[in-house]
Design a protein around this ligand. Structure first.
Ligand SMILES: [Zn+2]
Length: 283
């Protein structure tokens, strides 16, 4: 797994496409902090972020509070902290959790963005990320890469790489190490962690009905203290062809993981027995 100098490996304009506000910081916060000439970094968020945090039990549902607005503010503040000007940030506002059903809209919006920014590098989530929106975004970007007349390098980043159903628990272990590049973030570790702290709706129990924050201390520590990994997309090694082993299982487990996670969260919430605190916001 070669360790690269980010300013050598990521030259020219960079477009980071994030499904949700926080994915860019979780997977690329260290990279952003280390890159020079921040004005060449652009960030586009595909969804409105309205489903996170999401009540795991329907009786607790509330949509009275404008979560989208809050998450946009958090993202802008976090990225400004890392040196990105708000004029380089765009929100596409597609429905959170539904990207797979809005691929056409996403394609045309992304095309516009690519024409506008004309990036040398486009960063998107890994093809077998655990979140369905991340996977949908990867598929759209891969499609664009194959058919777009504009030339850019497509790079996959890793957000939810921890899988319960996979031996070793880390899907990155199933990608050939030679195709992954590694960015050492030791020098900017605290900066990345501080950037993540701007996402209060994710790092705290923001609503009274939450049993835990979406981003736990354990996750925040791990992503701030370990290198960031990236994968350069190669048309000759698409989809599951990239995986070294357990290929069939990874394809199945990848469908099961989000489902099992939701079920587990529901059971935990039921056990805690907080049915009646319907959508109270913590101040
Ligand atoms: Zn996400």
């Amino acid at each position: 797994m070669p360790i690269v100098d980010p300013n050598q490996a990521f030259q020219g304009r960079i477009l980071i496409v994030a499904p949700h506000m926080d994915d860019e910081a979780l997977a690329c916060g260290g990279l952003i902090a280390r890159l020079s000439q921040k004005e060449r970094i652009h960030i586009v968020y595909a969804t409105d972020g309205m489903q996170s945090p999401k009540p795991v039990l329907p009786m607790r549902f509330t949509d009275s509070f404008d979560l989208a607005q809050l998450r946009m503010q958090e993202a802008i503040a976090a990225m400004e902290f890392l040196g990105i000007t708000p004029s380089n940030i765009r929100f596409l506002g597609l429905p959170d959790g539904e990207l797979a059903h809005h691929k056409q809209a996403l394609i045309s919006l992304l095309k516009e963005e690519i024409k506008l920014v004309n990036p040398e590098n486009i960063l998107v989530p890994f093809r077998y990320d655990r979140h369905p929106d991340h996977v949908a975004l990867n598929h759209v970007a891969t499609d664009l890469y194959q058919h777009c007349k504009l030339k850019f390098a497509l790079i996959e980043y890793f957000v939810y790489y921890r899988w319960r159903l996979l031996p070793g628990g880390d899907v990155r272990r199933y990608v050939p190490p030679s195709s992954i590049i590694q960015v050492d973030i030791t020098s900017v570790s605290e900066r990345k962690r501080a950037a993540l702290d701007f996402f209060k709706s994710q790092t705290t129990k923001y609503f009274a009905w939450q049993t835990r924050p979406n981003l736990t201390t354990q996750i925040l520590d791990e992503v701030s203290l370990t290198p960031e990994l990236f994968l350069r997309y190669d048309q000759n090694v698409p989809g599951a062809a990239l995986l070294t082993r357990y290929t069939s299982w990874i394809r199945i487990a990848h469908q099961l993981e989000p489902f099992l996670k939701t079920r587990k969260d529901q059971i935990v919430a039921l056990l805690k027995g907080e049915f009646l605190q319907n959508g109270t916001r913590l101040e």
